[in-house]
Design a protein around this ligand. Structure first.
Ligand SMILES: [Zn+2]
Ligand SMILES: [Zn+2]
Length: 356
């Protein structure tokens, strides 16, 4: 009998590839194989592996079949061993302390909008990472390129999240949320009653990023004053090309990755408003965003703002990118007590409810 679970090994490989920002097609090979094989009785998988018939199944290729065979033989698959051997470097002490203090993630996407994985898979990965909660924040209607959720689809999603929560381990909570577009006039792109119902509302600018300084400032101030807004997402909208050490490959959103300069706005006024209205400033951990830049994190810290160190993950493995945000926060001297996702889910939800 095998001591290893081949499906778990395939999922683990997919997770590590996502975390390393590898190309989507490579990840997909492992996720589809895990899905196909997970639907079959274990005995059939073993029999197919023994007789070399795994690759007859759709979604299972030579590489994934070899991993399964190795796993069933009780060996760590070579592919997995190689990935583990080239894992990222350790965090320095301050960043590691901050990372340890985080209990959840307030900005994540599923395949309901432009993420690559089902909600269940994202939640399970968060459980495995040791998170106590995960906030699901798919996009809002106007962001059609990202399959933003209409009010109707979001209502459906809320029912689905409730069902998923039933099946998750006790003590872990999948919280409801949205990454709502901040529209040109500063209003938020979703029905008021829905925004009020959600646990966490992240608001981000995704359009008109080149608005002039005065217009962008007004737009952001209007959104920040909206009592439904809890977290200001990736505030400058910049895209940097640099990648963290050890990261290779075109990246999961490689086709769209390009550099983009920061939007211009009056940062003093914006962060003063965040502090006044108790809106947290997001420290977005995505390697291609690194938003806000460090000078603005320092400015927000001086202004008295709270922060949320989030991944903006579009795939399970990206949930482990929080360490990148923690590194930048630590360099700027952000203390754990200013970070809302060091709180328990109860406290977080109490805070957001008290604000709207
Ligand atoms: Zn966004
Ligand atoms: Zn996002």
């Amino acid at each position: 009998m095998s001591a290893r679970d081949p499906i778990a090994d395939l999922r683990r490989i997919a997770f590590l590839l996502e975390r390393a920002n590898e190309a989507t097609y490579r990840v997909r090979a492992f996720r589809s194989a895990a899905k196909t094989l997970g639907a079959l009785p274990a005995a059939e998988v073993a029999e197919r592996a023994r007789t070399g018939k795994l690759t007859e199944l759709s979604g299972v290729g030579d590489v994934t079949a070899r991993c399964v065979a190795e796993s069933l033989a009780g060996e760590e698959p070579v592919y997995l061993r190689r990935l583990l051997a080239t894992e990222g470097t350790d965090l320095d002490e301050a960043a590691a302390k901050l990372r340890d203090a985080l209990r959840g993630d307030c900005h994540t996407h599923s395949d309901w909008s432009d993420g690559g994985s089902p909600i269940e898979e994202m939640a399970l990965a968060a459980v495995e990472l040791g998170h106590e909660y995960l906030v699901l924040t798919d996009h809002s209607p106007r962001l059609t390129v990202a399959r933003g959720l209409t009010a109707e689809r979001l209502r459906k999603q809320l029912d689905h999240v409730a069902a998923v929560n039933e099946a998750l381990p006790k003590g872990f909570r999948l919280l409801t949320g949205i990454e709502v577009d901040i529209l040109a006039d500063g209003s938020l792109d979703q029905d008021e009653d829905l925004l009020a119902r959600l646990d966490v509302v992240v608001g981000s600018v995704h359009s008109g990023l080149n608005d002039d300084r005065a217009k962008m400032t007004r737009r952001m101030l209007t959104a920040i004053a909206n009592p439904h807004l809890d977290i200001l997402g990736h505030c400058t909208g910049r895209m940097v090309s640099s990648r963290p050490a050890g990261v290779t490959g075109p990246g999961d959103r490689g086709h769209r990755a390009r550099t983009r300069k920061e939007s211009e706005f009056d940062a003093d006024a914006v962060f003063a408003a965040c502090a006044e209205h108790d809106v947290a400033v997001e420290i977005n951990s995505r390697p291609e965003r690194q938003d806000p830049p460090k000078r603005l994190i320092r400015l927000a810290l001086e202004a008295g703002c709270r922060f949320a160190i989030d991944t903006d993950a579009h795939a399970p493995g990206q949930l482990d990118w929080q360490r990148f945000g923690c590194e930048r926060a630590a360099l700027c001297g952000v203390p754990a007590k200013r970070v809302v996702n060091t709180w328990t889910a109860d406290r977080l939800v109490k805070w957001t409810a008290g604000r709207s």
